[in-house]
Design a protein around this ligand. Structure first.
Ligand code: SDX
Length: 436
């Protein structure tokens, strides 16, 4: 980061000594005011619940311009990566900073492919869950449980250990998500096959059975691979910040990623794709397109606590570029499957159109986000709604581990330990119980 010529001066109306704060600029995007010395010099904290104005770290991985609706992975626009690359090339880019050449790609694919199996003992973890357990509850358990198998061989301060943990996590997530699905439907687990692509392997582990193999159509395989690219990383979102904070204690990567899985589950975050599809199905049951006005009225009535799931974003105050690409993918997949008249897709597009013309949403700069269309396309390829967020976690694992490794490799990193504004009871004496 480059010091700016401009400094920030903090002065106090009570005549307390003012303070000069350095400003730093990155490659692109907002500059930062360095407040690291603030408490030491003023005895005051900054206050920013929800971190609306706080940069928690210095990162070179992903850049978002919320006003323009731009998303770059290591400088490459998401629109170019989604069309010209596949998910494993994107994983290489996020992890190592560059797109692989053909030799590097075949080496990386080979390494990931040969780590797709999980220890047979993992089957017993699943047996402990009810068959109807939510897949994200299962995934939080399974990913954390991976540390029981590799904890002793993962010294996070060892770059080689960090790299093998990244490969293991990227490789094993599809296997674990498919196992969670198979367990929920009472079918036997399907082992990965090394001659399949990353997305093709996942689809086969999901839908093949010992009685009948499964080959995925190239259009669906490519669509799923693109969905993984769109979800791979997204700057310092809630789950990535969770992974960074969890990892900053020095815990192993599997435990830190399990924390990210748990955070992603929330409906305000990765759980929104499941909630968005359920919302569309509810509107459909209410009567479909004719009932959109009634639903929008509910959303605008704050007392209803109804939100338009898949809309709005802390950073994007313009159209989420991933939502545009997801809508195109939706169209491709539905056409491939002969479902171009899918009522939910038509309903989603009608809802989007009406919302984008409504002052309530325009005034609040609420646009569709990545979760608005992803449920429709996943449902069309046969993925159950309850598994949508687990798929989001599958794809986001590379972003989480890249961000974690970037933090651990930063010589300046320390354990994260925010402070607070205390508004509780002032010091008081304990009275004997008879006097309370
Ligand atoms: C993801 O951070 C990331 O990068 C996340 C993510 C990633 O890739 O990691 O992009 C993935 O999580 C996408 C977001 C998925 N969530 C949803 O679709 C759930 C619905 N969206 C909202 O919950 C909300 O928009 C958030 C949580 C996404 C953002 O919330 P903010 O930034 O805290 O904004 P806010 O809640 O303060 O909303 C501002 C205003 C409020 O109205 P006023 O109080 O100003 O009158 O907009 C309203 C909100 O009530 N509002 C909505 C709304 N989202 C915001 N009203 C109706 N429906 C919505 N979806």
């Amino acid at each position: 980061m480059t010091p700016s010529d401009v400094k920030a001066t903090l002065s106090f109306s009570d005549g307390s000594p003012s303070m000069e704060l350095p400003i730093y600029k990155g490659t692109i995007g907002p500059e930062v005011i360095d407040i690291r010395k603030l408490y030491g010099q003023t005895g005051k904290f900054t206050y920013d619940p929800g971190f609306l104005s706080t940069a928690s770290c210095n990162s070179a991985i992903t850049y978002i311009d919320g006003d323009k609706g731009e998303l770059l992975y290591r400088g490459y626009p998401i629109e170019q990566l989604a069309v010209n690359c596949d998910f494993l090339e994107t994983c290489h880019l996020l992890l190592y900073g560059e797109l692989p050449n053909s030799d590097q790609k075949s080496d990386f694919v080979n390494r990931v492919t040969h780590h797709t199996m999980v220890n047979e003992q993992m089957h017993f973890f699943l047996r402990g869950f009810r068959r109807d357990a939510h897949p994200m509850a299962v995934m939080t358990g399974l990913v954390g449980a991976l540390s029981a198998f590799y904890h002793d061989s993962t010294d996070i301060n060892n770059a080689e250990h960090r790299d093998i943990a990244a490969i293991r996590l990227i490789a094993k997530m599809p296997t674990l998500v498919a196992m969670a699905y198979k367990y929920s439907v009472g079918q036997p687990f399907i082992y990965p096959k090394n001659d399949l692509s990353y997305a093709g392997n996942f689809m086969r582990m999901m839908f093949a059975t010992p009685c009948e193999d499964f080959t995925v159509s190239p259009v669906i395989e490519r669509a799923l691979d693109r969905i993984f690219i769109l979800h791979a990383d997204h700057e310092q979102n809630a789950s990535t910040s969770t992974v960074r904070l969890c990892g900053s204690s020095g815990t192993n990567p599997f435990a830190a990623i399990a924390a990210g899985v748990a955070c992603l589950w929330g409906p305000a975050h990765g759980g929104a794709n499941e909630a968005a599809l359920n919302m569309l199905e509810d509107i459909q049951k209410m009567g479909g397109v004719e009932k959109i006005g009634e639903f929008i009225a509910q959303v605008k009535d704050k007392s209803s606590n109804v939100k338009l799931m898949g809309f709005g974003h802390r950073v994007y105050k313009n159209y989420d570029p991933r939502a545009k690409l997801m809508r195109e993918t939706c169209h491709e997949v539905l056409s491939e499957l002969g479902l171009h008249n899918d009522p939910l897709f038509k309903l989603a597009m009608a809802l989007e159109k009406i919302a984008l013309e409504d002052d309530y949403f325009v005034a609040r700069k609420l646009y569709p986000n990545v979760d608005f269309y992803s449920g429709i396309v996943q449902r069309a390829i046969g993925i159950p709604t309850s598994l949508f967020t687990a798929n989001f976690a599958l794809a986001r694992t590379v972003g989480w581990i890249a961000q974690l490794n970037e933090m651990i490799a930063d010589p300046e990193y320390k354990i994260g330990r925010p402070r607070q504004l205390f508004s509780g009871a002032a010091p008081r004496m304990v009275k004997p119980i008879g006097e309370r």
